[in-house]
Design a protein around this ligand. Sequence first.
Ligand code: AMP
Ligand code: MG
Length: 353
Amino acid sequence: METRIFLPGQLQEAGRLIRSGGLVAFPTETVYGLGGNAFLHDSARAIYAAKGRPSDNPLIVHIPSLDRMSQVCGGVDPVSQILAEALWPGPLTLILPKSPSIPGSVTGGLATVGVRIPDDPTAMELLRFADVPVAAPSANTSGRPSPTAFWMVQRDLSGRIDGIVKGPDTRIGLESTILRVDQGSVFILRPGAIGIEQIRQVLDEAGMSAIPLYSPMEGTAEHPEGTDAAHHQVPGSRYRHYSPSIRVRRFSDGASLTALLQDELNENPDLRFAILTTQRFSTLPLDGQSQRVVVYADLDHYARQLYKDMVQLESEDYQLIILHYPSSTVFSPQEGGIRSALQDRIRRACGDE
Ligand code: AMP
Ligand code: MG
């Protein structure tokens, strides 16, 4: 199959292609998505086939405005409605009851559907031209890091999909926060750039301070009795995710990095490794030949670059990627959810749960 490249001036054509059953990858503020018409069973099947994704791992459906909600979901509870109005467009996916017009193949057979309005001008324009809800998981083959640049989609999916919209690198670089309201409590199923503090603030401002908010990743209490813990896990968490094909290990401070390096270099003194970090370490045994240290300005920069740099290093034949794990001890609310989102993706890249 020939994969067409669409430039930003050609979104009308790309939108028409999606509406008529084609698959087109496009940038959003989080990662590139692989878009198909969410009303069509065959588009959903084609997405799973192109990605090699298990068909019980549901797709997120994208819409351009709140007035399209009724096309996708059957009834929105008041708490989800408030969060949608306050935080959309943005990196937040809400799990809601599915409308009958969305085929079960889009939601992996579930009675719920993940929905979001992306905060990106290219994605918005494409969604308006498509004029149907667009199912779009990350535009990578299953298990690979999500693409955050055009070249990553091209390298991974060229020849397997109908088109790719060529846009800039994505602004956030990690997948959306996934949230579900269940029996009057709010559960964060997957951490993303919108963090627990921001959600709490929206609820407070709406006079809903009493609503319990649970985020296992962010160290809140256990799930309340009487709710079903299976509802508070994304099906996707069962699968290997976000990993390059080379080894990845993590460290949290200078001492653990030194120990890790000693261990690795004992095994193989010529190891070709790269360290990705937000801190400079001056005492490392580096010779500069077979090693690289990448220092990011801050956590946002780290998040934006993480997948791109892992895939780049993989293609340059590095043997090991060593990731700085941002510990929870220093926390500032201005960071939003990026710290816990990074922690989650770094753990998964290392193969830890
Ligand atoms: P991706 O778009 O590739 O980041 O994957 C979407 C994530 O959303 C996966 O982890 C899915 O399991 C999760 N997801 C999508 N729809 C639902 C749903 N209805 N209920 C729970 N999780 C969902
Ligand atoms: Mg994905």
